[in-house]
Design a binder for this molecule. Structure first.
Ligand code: BEZ
Length: 391
């Protein structure tokens, strides 16, 4: 072999070896493609924006990279419309080829997303939607939730309302998975503690024609009303409830979505309402104070529960990605790391259950001015029962 041929050969071998060598941390893996599927229009638009803000705040605090990889965002407005959900999620999975999806708010949309994520193996982090099935019957090693289950957000309220001496309650919700599951979890908790749900009222999502239902409540004269609405719908419901004069005689309760991120618009109508949720405005811990300050500085507004859930979706993604050095293909290692982790959330540290839902404190809050002030812990380290999860 001549010298030139020999040199050429060793150069070729060296180049081949370089290609085969494992890439060091984040190197040449390219940008991490993150799909944000959230509502940016409609009654849940403010929730979607707060989630994105919280997620981006966390990424910003990491210097714009996770596990050494820069982030490229792909966004879809899901309009909180389950009928468009499969097409929308496939835009991210099939058209954009994202590595991970963060979404969404609406339980019906989230169930279609979970189905697509399960089938394709795409990583999914749910930053709000509480559909019980997502970490129940549809649970999967590649699906995680940074928020709550619908059961979790309402079960504790049942006990609280009964302990406040209320005997008969009416539930009122939008008619879809979130409303149905929260109403039934409230009933489970309330009746276990000696109360009785005498009527379950509902109206189609995202309707706000509450008058006939409020008239029915006035006629029934229960001791308490438990209501699930959120975003724009929650603003209208709380105002209509007060305008009808019901707040004077029939105590209004809800999962915290009824008054979170809405107090500016609800004003006097919301004062004194008790709710249960995994976050509150006055936790006053160093962790939450630092988060609130950073959020307020960045976005010139106060954070709410949705912002926290977006921020924690970033934290969950970061834990998993660091464990696999940015290689999202290593799904089992990613999941194992997240399952072992304690997430240092502004709401208080939490772990994820085997089904990948937060095990967390549910606070009792009372509206005071522009804040959902914490007045107690309704349930400590509450875990969703993960009914039907075989993972
Ligand atoms: C849901 O659809 O799961 C949901 C929407 C808004 C607030 C809470 C839950």
């Amino acid at each position: 072999m001549t010298l030139t041929r020999k040199t050429l050969l060793s150069a070729t071998i060296a180049a081949a070896a370089l290609c085969a060598a494992p890439l060091s941390h984040g190197q040449a893996q390219g940008k991490l493609k993150v799909g944000l599927m959230l509502p940016y229009t409609g009654t849940y638009a403010s929730l979607g924006n707060a989630i994105e803000n919280g997620f981006r705040l966390y990424i910003g605090e990491q210097g714009g990279k996770l596990a050494g990889r820069e982030i490229e965002f792909f966004k879809v407005d899901d309009e909180s419309d389950p009928s468009k959900a499969t097409d929308n999620v496939n835009k991210l999975i099939k058209r954009d080829g994202v590595d991970v999806i963060v979404g969404t708010v609406h339980s019906g949309v989230a169930m279609a997303m979970a189905r697509a994520a399960k089938e394709s193996g795409t990583l999914l982090i749910v930053p709000n939607a509480g559909a019980d099935a997502v970490t129940g019957a549809m649970c999967s090693p590649n699906i995680f939730r940074s928020s709550f289950s619908n059961w979790q957000s309402a079960y504790a309220a049942g006990d609280v309302v009964a302990k406040q001496g209320k005997k008969k309650a009416i539930t009122i919700t939008w008619k879809y998975a979130a409303g149905d599951e929260m109403a039934s979890a409230f009933k489970e908790g309330f009746e276990k503690s000696g109360g009785q749900v005498v009527k379950q009222l509902n109206l189609p999502f995202p309707g706000v024609e509450f008058q006939a239902l409020l008239t029915d409540i006035a006629a029934q004269k229960p001791d308490a009303v438990f209501a699930f609405f959120a975003g724009g719908g929650a603003v209208k419901f709380v105002k209509d409830y007060a305008a009808a004069g019901l707040n004077k005689n029939i105590s209004l309760y809800g999962p915290g979505f009824l008054t979170d991120g809405t107090l500016e618009a609800q004003g006097d109508a919301a004062q004194g309402i008790f709710t249960t949720l995994h976050y509150a405005d006055s936790l006053n811990t160093p962790r939450d104070n630092a988060f609130r300050l950073a959020y307020a500085k960045t976005y010139k507004q106060q954070p709410d529960v949705y912002a926290v859930q977006g921020y924690d979706a970033g934290q969950i993604l970061s834990v998993g990605l660091n464990a696999v050095k940015g290689d999202v293909g290593k799904k089992a290692e990613f999941a194992a790391a997240v399952e072992k982790a304690t997430i240092d959330s502004p709401r208080g540290a939490f772990t994820l259950s085997k089904a990948h839902n937060p095990v967390q404190n549910i606070y009792l809050r009372k509206v005071d001015g522009k804040e959902n002030k914490v007045v107690g812990v309704a349930a400590k380290a509450l875990a969703d029962p993960a009914r039907g999860c075989r993972s």
